[in-house]
Design a protein around this ligand. Sequence first.
Ligand SMILES: [Zn+2]
Length: 188
Amino acid sequence: MASTKWLQGAFVRYVVEDVLLRMRARRDIASRVSIALGAALDQRTGVVWNAGPLWGDHCEPFDLRTALQSALPQIDWIIVNDVTATLVSIARQRREPLTGTLMYVTVSTGIAARTWSSALDGIPIDGLAGLQGEIGHLPVACSFRESVLHGRCDCGGSDHLNAFSSGRGLNFSLRRYAILTRRCSNVE
Ligand SMILES: [Zn+2]
């Protein structure tokens, strides 16, 4: 199995090769490249805190922007979370002015949310890690017909929201609900 460091290096090589190929095909030189990455990352610096699906469950923080800048320093690299990128796009495409707060939630391999604040005219982030809306790994209590369910998240943690309500989590929950429903019917 490939190490996390190797996978991160391979990712940087892939991106650099892809950008060079696109520039060659268009006979143009890009001065700025933006990447929307499906990972928890610091919105201010481009440091990826965790990207289990890309680099494994035990990956350490990785300064992706610096790694890309070292490989192709002539380009200004912008790294944003994919949910952030989608919410920015939705907010900008609105015809009517936005007032209050707009929230975008994704349910796929994981669960994430972002909120756009019209008062701040942007996406507020926390001052420590540059994050917002990584709700899939919040611990939750899940029960069905008075039975408490326990599930394992893809990150290895117990009873995180993803364990019950992500794409894979919903499969797990529905199977458990079916078993519990049969048990209740047998008792009745
Ligand atoms: Zn988790």
